[in-house]
Design a protein around this ligand. Structure first.
Ligand code: FES
Length: 297
């Protein structure tokens, strides 16, 4: 992590201009009064887009707008590397030097910047004051490597598929005050393979199943058929291990014997069928005793 300090030379004051004020009002209205501090990053960004960098007076102004201590604004501004803490050129060239861009020629782009602008770093401006440059880590456009991001009052735009010659042409146009169209300089549509036919998946046969019949399963996947073929060509009495019916037969016999033994064992373990219990005749109910006849006295 780089050490980020405020520039040693600071302006006396800072004020948002009319265009910025309209944007500031939008962001301040977005949050409830007790949550004004939520607008700190958008306001820092607006100050940077207006001045090219974030000065110490700008941080104090933003602290007052967001009703938060100045030190909190300072912490945010010094934490995020997207904020320039010192003046930069009108155009800040950020050259990606991470592996994919490096493999595709980022060193050549850095050489152009050194030749045209001078020393690397946000605090170093070109002789005309229009450019400064720095090396940054991956900007997420690796499939269009090598690339640079150019930050100016219009925004932050990517220029991709660059060569040293293409970057020189871009710098020439910017120096002449021309607008340069961002994107791949090779006029690739996006990040598709170079010279690829866009819309290649429009071929209906990719989806209608008509291609399925073209693919036969290899014989290895169907063991029964090659086995039958081999049997015809094998000698009838082959030694074990050399193939043929004889080699197969003992295995079959062993299998049958083992099966028979297992079947007999299973049969023996079966419980004997239970004989139905003999029906015992229902016990005769004792005859109801007749009440003894009363003796005549
Ligand atoms: S490595 Fe350069 S954009 Fe990812």
């Amino acid at each position: 992590m780089s050490v980020r300090r405020l520039a040693t030379t600071q302006p006396d004051s800072f004020a948002f201009n009319a265009d910025s004020e309209a944007e500031v009002a939008f962001w301040m209205n977005k949050y409830p009064p007790e949550r004004k501090a939520s607008a700190v990053i958008p306001l820092l960004w607006l100050a940077q887009k207006q001045e090219g960098w974030v000065s110490e007076p700008a941080m104090r102004e933003i602290a007052a707008r967001c009703a938060m201590p100045y030190i909190r604004v300072y912490e945010v501004a010094t934490f995020y590397t997207m904020f320039n803490l010192e003046p930069v050129g009108v155009h800040l060239i950020q050259v990606c030097g991470t592996t994919p861009c490096w493999l595709r020629g980022a060193d050549g782009l850095k050489a152009v910047c050194e030749k045209r602008i001078g020393k690397k770093g946000r605090g170093h401006l070109s002789a005309d004051g229009k450019f400064s440059w720095e090396e940054v880590e991956c900007l997420g456009a690796c499939s269009n490597a090598p690339m640079v991001q150019i930050a100016n009052s219009e925004g932050d735009y990517y220029y991709e598929d660059l060569t040293p010659q293409a970057l020189e042409a871009i710098l020439d146009d910017l120096a002449a005050g021309k607008r340069v169209e961002p994107g791949p300089v090779t006029r690739r549509h996006c990040s598709e393979p170079t010279n690829a036919k866009v819309g290649v998946l429009e071929d209906a046969s990719l989806f209608d199943g008509s291609r399925a019949g073209r693919f036969e399963l290899p014989n290895r996947a169907r063991p029964q058929e090659p086995l039958a073929e081999e049997r015809k060509s094998r000698p009838a009495s082959g030694a074990a291990g050399t193939g043929g019916e004889a080699a197969i037969a003992p295995k079959k016999a062993r299998k049958t014997a083992a099966d028979g033994a297992a079947a007999a064992e299973a049969e023996a373990e079966k419980p004997a069928p239970r004989k139905p219990a003999a029906k015992t005749p229902a016990a005769k109910k004792p005859a109801a005793k007749k009440p003894a006849a009363k003796k005549d006295e």
